[in-house]
Design a protein around this ligand. Sequence first.
Ligand code: AMP
Length: 980
Amino acid sequence: MDCKTLILFLFFFTLISSADFIIHPSNEVNLLDSKASQGELGWISSPSHGWEEISGVDEHYTPIRTFQVCNVMEYSQNNWLRTNWIPRNSAQKIYVELKFTLRDCNSIPMVLTCKETFNLHYLETEEDQGNKFREHQFSKIDTIAADESFTQMDLGDRILKLNTEVREVGPMTKKGFYLAFQDVGACVALVSVRVYFKKCPFTVRNLAMFPDTVPTDSQSLVEVRGSCVNNSKEEDPPKMYCSTEGEWLVPIGKCLCNIGYEERGVACQACRPGFYKASSGNVKCSKCPPHSYTHQEGSVHCGCEKNYFRADEDPASMACSRPPSAPRNVISAINETSVILDWNWPADTGGRKDVIFNVVCKRCWPGPRQCEPCRGAVRFLPRAFGLTNTTVTVADLLAHTNYTFEIEAQNGVSFQAPTIRQYAAVTITTNQAAPSAVTVIRKDRTSRNSISLSWMEPERPNGIILDYEVKYYEKEQETSYTILRSKGTNVTLNGLKPDTTYLLQIRARTAAGYGSSSRKFEFETSPDSFSISSENSQVVLIAISSAVAIILLTVVLYIVISRFCRYSKSKHPDEKRLPFGNGHLRLPGIKTYVDPHTYEDPSQAVHEFAKELDASSIAIDKVVGAGEFGEVCSGRLKLPSKKEICVAIKTLKAGYTEKQRRDFLSEASIMGQFDHPNIIRLEGVVTRSKPVMIVTEYMENGSLDGFLRKHDAQFTVIQLVGMLRGIASGMKYLSDMGYVHRDLAARNILVNSNLVCKVSDFGLSRVLEDDPEAAYTTRGGKIPIRWTAPEAIAYRKFTSASDVWSYGIVLWEVMSYGERPYWEMSNQDVIKAVDEGYRLPPPMECPATLYQLMLDCWQKDRNNRPKFEQIVSILDKLIRNPSSLKITASTASRPVNLLLDRNSTDITSFHTMGDWLESARTLPCKDAFSGVSYSSCDTLAKTSAEDFKKVGVTIVGPQKKIVSSLTTLETHSKNGPVPV
Ligand code: AMP
């Protein structure tokens, strides 16, 4: 029987193995697949009557090539079948999958030699060796046995049992290899041979692409870096590992879709029109918020519809909004010359919550458009602009006058639509009101029996003054008084007793009645023995003054000539004028400050630097303050052929010593050398008549500390920075001139009606003598401790750098609206704390940049402090770029300690508020609160008023501020304890 027929026609049998229906996994790459070949495979069969190649069809009737052998009727079989050369590609480990059928030996009658296995071999070579075939070169991979063999009966039933066996070979190193099948006497049919290797196939995971990767033969994993898909960027570097089994393991890191793109499937796709995505991240594109749109794909934000806007700080998710409509239902309640205005919120707030109101006052006359902006001292309570409540009180209006008030509503986008001004107007007429009191009364002439007086009309007459009532009486005889009426603003009181003191009060009358009385003024008639009139006394005075003037002139001439002679001997005349203790080498061409003490006669310095004024050109109006040497008054100065100007007049009180006079005038000698818009300007001095006066420009808003306290929280940061810039510019000028101020503090800065700040209070020894803040140090000098640099306190090293320290304190005073530096801590505690490195904390809502500037001014080493020139340029930059003022060293970020440890904090290193808060948490509390023991900052938040007293904080304001800042910190520090 031809054994081959035993296995022929196998393909007409039903294959019972399911292996043929398996789809190969995508991570397998075929190097050889016999089933894929339609024509002859051309494998070498040795000997030629051994393995035989035959054509057949598979179960799908697809033609395939198979090999079979069945020489079971002969002895000693050794039949080899060798494949063609198979290139290895990049594979290191290859798999051989064999499908075959095998005849059960027992089911073959009369066989001579029958085996139920065959052997699988391989040979690695660098190149195809063609038909050259030598058995001994091959290495055995395995003996292949069938799991199931078929019998004669199966043949009858047309059932064929197909075996599938897979063997691994590797590591492969050469370029290619051959496989060989050795038959030693079996009846076997090789249905298919597939050779493949495994790989980790291209994949996209977490928006990162990983390429096809072939694993190594060893057990280790291959680390593969992914690259982000289009329109995405790496957040964490994406990585995966390729296993030897061709599987991807352990994905790490990810990519995020760019702004304008969202994750769809395994790609980042552009947002559709009408949608936007403002941040990178794997969130979906959002629908445009109300009143906004986008027609493009991939939008980062949506534009606003016509007449709708978005403020700079509005997030992209916020609806576009518009200016509010006008306020509604304005009601006015008039009380004499004040009016309370009340109104309702606008019907349409424009879709925003940040609505504020501005009130514009106009004074009106009958007739069309007969209005002009209110002038003068109209007061708005709480203020005219930026109101958040719907009421305002307007006071100090003129009586019986028509006014129109325009109440305008604004919100965060109003400035973007300036043409749409929404306001409601109300017109009112003020009531009659009595005139205000007469405040300025001047004695013109006195004699034994009469006094002539004149006065100024009340500041607010509130109508036409019909007359004045003058009431006077002898001092301590109030019950017997005389009343005179005067149509004008002067009167002569006759029939008085000589050498007697009289008290006098004046009040004005209008149609509305009498106004309030002036305060009591005191006058004396001349004594009997000296009954010359003041006119006579003036003549005598002029004679005496002239004589004194001639003598003085002679002395001055003498001194000038002798000084000139001495100076002309010197090579550099300025050398003589260098101020002592200054040590500055001034640059040529820059004006240098001359210390008046270098003059042998200080009054000579006064006349060199200050203009002598005629007392008759000055009119005193009222007292505005008290200086060390006498009252400070406001008044007017009228110089020939010049416009009358408002001035401040400092007087030297009667009974002064010669030293006091010299010290008083030294301020003028210093001030007169300066000419700068931020230094108080000297108009002149009166030294030739009494009282001795220093006349300066008038600063309507008085000293800066009081002014800020009065207007707490009413200015914008830019306004405050503008004021600070002025002070810094004035100080730069002084330091350029070589002048060290030594007493720079907000109380020594004056403010005019345009909010221009000017440095004032110049002097020498007296600077510190008259400052109520100055205290004696251990070395005997008097120093304003809280404002003074440590080296100036310790060893009187006053320089422009110590003025910079004081400027830092002024900066703090300004940003805290006139708070007292170091509150009520004692001077000793201040010195100690500053010496230990602690610094004042940032004031409420203080921009971080300004707080950094303060800290720079308070550098211990004075060489590290900025120069005034740098301060001016820093402030200029902030003014030009106001957004830099938006990050505040706010309450939440305030350190918990009362004072801030300079060494542990550098706010420039804080990129986010979180960093800053983090740093605040770790600041020590205990040093600032020495003497009070706390276990954590949480307990500090519960600190009692008693505890604050121990550390010197006794006033209510700062305690509140500190407690509030601690409370804030407590809320923020819930996640963990704050170290103490
Ligand atoms: P002084 O002696 O310079 O400290 O002045 C005392 C007070 O007088 C100051 O605190 C101011 O309130 C006021 N004062 C001084 N000079 C002027 C001025 N030029 N304009 C307005 N007020 C002034």
